[in-house]
Design a protein around this ligand. Sequence first.
Ligand code: XMP
Length: 326
Amino acid sequence: MSENVRPESMKRINTPELAQAFIEKSVAELRAQIGNKKVLLALSGGVDSSVCAALLIKAIGQQLVCVHVNHGLLRKGEPEQVIQVFRHELNANLVYVDAVDRFLDQLAGVSDPEQKRKIIGKVFIDVFAEEAKKQDGISFLGQGTIYPDILESHGVKSHHNVGGLPEELNFELVEPVKFLYKDEVRMVGKALGLPDGMVFRQPFPGPGLGVRCVGAITRDRLEQVRESDAILREEFAKAGLEGKVWQYFTVVPPFTSTGIKDGKRTDDRMVIIRAVNSVDATSATIEEVPYATLHVIVNRILAEVPGINRVLYDLSPKPIATIEYE
Ligand code: XMP
């Protein structure tokens, strides 16, 4: 395990200069380790995999093959942002895999939260392994493991750790940010020129919107989660709450309630808004969002998201509630 202990000599990266120094040292080490060989990396668009990818691109350019799997549970605009930043701005070798139908078909009718997570993890590995098989001459597997992952789970990201990696992915690991804490990863990402929206984004669970479409996922309810989340994020940004509130999102439970529209009773679903503050996710308090902002969000969701007739604001702290709904 000694290779997984942060060296005592490593300074805390808390200035742009220290981030630059880390990048230079890391690029030299990556070039020495990888030579002219190829590295495969699953790029989710999250902070860790994005910073890992950007470092590898700087070090080895087109020898890095990034695979972005769209599992259909990403937020509105996320796959487009990954393609824009990595393919068009950083000129990366990026394979985009649209696996939406495959994931949603496998998840159809599954309501148990752990089973949903297992299916998402397993289909992800299957899709990624198939892409790996299509690539010639891969020698390394890049991973955006960060130091808290090592401290918590001995190195492999939990949502990827479903029964270990299959043979197709049995490559030597390249983990350039494995000794960094989250704030250091962000500092390095910023110094690498990644957009703020990617570097400073709120935590997002591996199973994505899947855990916010409570119970068995249906496509129409998933769209209600995605559209209401996009409205919430847009209005939080306008109200100056982006970057101030730790995590905020919407949830759509699998039941309906009565409403009234154009003089007729409706039997539609509801959106629940959750906005919490936390330091490390083990406990969380409720953000006191101004009523004026909440009204704007409620009115927009009711007007713009089809099939929604009610919006609720969840006031439950963690504990006793968890942050996510399942
Ligand atoms: P809970 O709901 O347990 O969430 O209070 C704590 C934090 O963890 C995130 N979360 C997940 N992250 N895979 C992840 O990568 C998951 O399955 C998962 N479930 C919850 C959650 O968004 C919150 O930040």
